[in-house]
Design a protein around this ligand. Structure first.
Ligand SMILES: CC(C)(COP(=O)(O)OP(=O)(O)OC[C@H]1O[C@@H](n2cnc3c(N)ncnc32)[C@H](O)[C@@H]1OP(=O)(O)O)[C@@H](O)C(=O)NCCC(=O)NCCS
Length: 172
């Protein structure tokens, strides 16, 4: 019998999180990135874990999905890097993780929950189109867009095409 648990990540989860993140993003966003790109380093992952900012979904103690979530400003809580391993996608894990983030933000008294979706600036990427439609169906609204390199200048060298973030917000 498989048992799903959703809880705060511990340092022992770090390697699995880093491996899944780098595999899933390099594959899903293969048109975006040159060789050498990585989504998260072990050092950064351990930093987020120590701040209690990663929630993991595990099946029988094995990490199958995770999300990074924490305060962005006095009013806004944000999440990023929502990821489910390929072997477990479309089974409801992503939705469970977003719901957990929403509940945490609500409990802590934030007014908004925000997510920045990375998209190509000049063409449509089907997975990103699915994401923006999905977030809209969950009650998020488009707020604005801004360039990838304005937020992550050190990663700009890995870009294969122009990229931008689309900011979505949901009132809690
Ligand atoms: C986004 C992601 C985390 C969703 O995880 P998941 O565990 O498959 O999500 P769920 O099973 O809860 O599915 C959520 C909804 O999206 C739909 N869905 C999931 N993947 C889909 C896809 N590739 N195309 C179309 N619809 C899809 C599901 O049918 C479900 O629909 P419903 O709410 O109407 O029932 C996963 O696709 C992923 O890791 N993507 C790559 C990383 C990424 O781009 N993350 C987002 C960063 S902003």
């Amino acid at each position: 019998m498989s048992v799903l648990s959703v809880k705060e990540a511990i340092k022992e989860d770090c390697q699995e999180i880093v491996d899944i993140a780098n595999e899933v993003y390099f594959t899903t966003e293969k048109e975006f990135w040159k060789e050498g790109y990585y989504r998260i380093s072990e050092k950064d992952c351990l930093k987020y874990i120590s701040k209690g900012e990663i929630i993991v979904a595990k099946i029988n103690s094995k990490v199958v999905g995770f999300v990074l979530a924490g305060p962005k400003s006095i009013n806004a809580f944000e999440f990023s890097m929502l990821t489910t391993h390929f072997s477990h996608q479309k089974k409801g894990i992503g939705k469970i993780l977003v719901n957990q983030v929403f509940e945490n933000a609500k409990k802590e008294g934030f007014k908004y929950l925000e997510i920045e979706v990375l998209t190509p600036k000049h063409w449509t990427h089907s997975q990103k189109e699915f994401l923006t439609n999905w977030y809209t169906s969950l009650g998020f609204s488009f707020i604005n867009n801004f360039s990838f390199e304005s937020k992550y200048p050190t990663h700009a060298k890995f870009m294969k095409c122009e990229l931008e973030f689309k900011l979505y917000r949901k009132t809690i």
